[in-house]
Design a protein around this ligand. Structure first.
Ligand code: ATP
Ligand code: MG
Length: 167
């Protein structure tokens, strides 16, 4: 049985990691969809799909469950979105998500949905972590250690600060 989990992962953080560790106990294989794959280099979406694949793959290196990381571009047609996702993904039986729109779209397509709990949502959110990086506040404890390494390797902090500037 395969489970599907989708996010933008800008960046991948400890909340995502905690959810995936839970999913790993329930399924035989995990598919992680990297959403808005075409976006990068803007303040809400600083990292490329490839960089996010790297963060997720490295962070899950020690997980005891096979997984696939699949970039998925936006199609801007919600009525067709589930077909788009399933066309890009290995087959799966269950989708794990807490996003109300995603829940609705998968339910309408008769795909089983399970909503994992939120972990420390105040601090563990991509938005909060991007803001901490911009503000020069410590953020490294909110993401898995390999994600710190990837962001360092790609000079992600400097990128985020530069793209937040105005001319
Ligand atoms: P952003 O603030 O940029 O939207 P995010 O933290 O919401 O980032 P996403 O990539 O949008 O992260 O979310 C992917 C999935 O992870 C969503 O289903 C979201 O509900 C879930 N998620 C996000 N933060 C947490 C958390 N702290 N605990 C559990 N699940 C989370
Ligand atoms: Mg979000």
């Amino acid at each position: 049985r395969r489970g599907f989990y989708i996010g933008r992962f800008q960046p991948y953080h400890n909340g995502h990691q905690a959810v995936l560790e839970g999913i790993a106990d329930e399924v035989d294989e995990i598919i992680i969809g990297v959403g808005s794959a075409q976006l990068s280099h803007d303040t809400q979406n600083p990292f490329t799909a490839g960089e996010r694949v790297l963060m997720i793959t490295r962070a899950l290196e020690t997980i005891d469950c096979p997984f696939y990381v699949i970039p998925i571009e936006d199609i801007r047609r919600n009525a067709l979105w589930v077909s788009h996702v399933t066309s890009m993904s290995p087959p799966f039986e269950i989708c794990y998500t807490s996003n109300p729109l995603v829940i609705q779209l998968f339910r309408e397509a008769n795909i089983r949905v399970k909503s994992p709990p939120m972990y420390q949502r105040e601090s563990l959110s991509g938005t909060a972590i991007r803001q901490r990086i911009l503000d020069g506040e410590p953020w490294e404890d909110y993401v898995p250690a390999p994600v710190v390494d990837v962001i360092s390797e790609i000079e992600g902090v400097q990128r985020l600060r530069t793209i937040a500037e105005t001319d």
